[in-house]
Design a protein around this ligand. Structure first.
Ligand code: PBG
Length: 327
């Protein structure tokens, strides 16, 4: 006789075979985007102190890194530049011979099958470390849009497949879309950091990108973490302005936002698994406190379950290896 008083959910968990049959969410290698930090100079492969196994690499070491991605089946990379020179307006961000422009051309030449995404921001390039143009200590919205648009165009000119503006000025998606179109880049998509919270989880990245603001913080342009409705408004205006993908960042503490942005917009959604989220797991794993592979696969799969189509993660190559091991 069958039980009528309760359900036997455990039937579907009895063997690994059955568990696999009813699995609802899958992490694929195609979902992973690997961030890379490119620096001026030669023969550099230097570990970022607060991010074990993440490196600054110079152009001459870039191909080796890109080959490693391709070997493991990671299809896309997001490029961050660490320039040799910073100034008030971040002019290296849009220079034809800027570090990111050189890196993009390099990758497209040696590894043309990789999809190259350019992070479009100014904070690594300005001497004050803010993501926009400054006057009397105030971050100006509209003048920053011109510089960002020039940056995006120079990245597309260099061969970037996707432009990813991360600076959080209002109207950046519309301005960049217009600029790209006018410059003959109508077919280059924008992966907008549409929901970017002002987060303490970016700490290690600022170490890696040398982009800590020299005064104040980013709270007048990045979003306030408690706000959910505002996140949806940001996402919707980016869709109206012409974004092709929407990034939610950080990922782990914001999976509710990932789900809502996905459900509300139906757009391709990207979760950015940020530096602090990476380094916390890394350090716990190095101490033997958590199993790195199990924890990473669980959290990346959770991002997919929350509705992310793609994930930017410093664990991309490891995760690709682990996906192979499972198969
Ligand atoms: C630049 C930018 C940041 C990150 C990506 N692009 C840092 C910031 O806003 O301070 C963070 C990435 C990470 O923490 O992994 N605007």
């Amino acid at each position: 006789m069958s039980d009528t008083t309760f359900h036997r959910h455990r039937r579907l968990r009895r063997t690994q075979g059955i568990r696999k049959m009813v699995r609802e969410t899958f992490l694929r290698k195609e979902d992973l985007i690997y961030p890379i930090f490119v620096v001026e100079g030669e023969n550099i492969k230097k570990e970022v102190p607060s991010m074990p196994d993440v490196y600054h690499v110079s152009l001459d070491n870039l191909t080796e890194e890109m080959n490693r991605l391709e070997q493991h089946g990671v299809l896309s990379v997001i490029v961050f530049g660490v320039p040799g020179h910073k100034d008030q307006n971040g002019s290296e961000a849009y220079a034809e011979e800027g570090i990111v422009q050189k890196a993009i051309r390099h990758i497209k030449e040696t590894n043309p099958a990789l999809t190259v995404i350019a992070d479009t921001c100014l904070c690594q390039y300005t001497d004050h470390g803010h993501c926009g143009i400054i006057e009397d200590g105030v971050i100006l919205n509209d003048p920053s849009l011109h510089v960002l648009t020039d940056t995006a165009i120079s990245q597309a000119d260099a061969g970037a497949d996707i432009i990813a503006p991360s600076n959080m000025m209002d109207g950046f998606t519309a301005a960049i879309r217009k600029g790209l179109d006018e410059a003959g880049h109508k077919d280059i998509p924008i992966m907008s950091y549409s929901v970017k919270f002002s987060s303490a989880f970016y700490g290690p990245f600022r170490d890696a990108a040398h982009s800590t603001p020299s005064f104040g913080d980013r709270k007048t342009y990045q979003m306030d973490p408690p706000n959910r409705l505002e996140a949806l408004r940001e996402a919707k205006s980016d869709v109206e302005e012409g974004a092709d993908f929407l990034i939610v960042k950080p990922a782990l503490s914001y999976l509710d936002i990932v789900r809502e942005v996905k459900d509300e917009t139906g757009m391709p959604v990207v979760a950015y698994n940020v530096s602090g989220e990476y380094s916390m797991i890394k350090s716990a794993a190095q101490n033997g406190w958590v199993d790195e592979k199990e924890v990473v696969m669980e959290k990346l799969t959770s991002m997919k379950r929350a509705g992310a189509d793609l994930i930017v993660t410093y664990f991309a190559v490891d995760a690709a290896k682990w996906i192979d091991e499972e198969e």
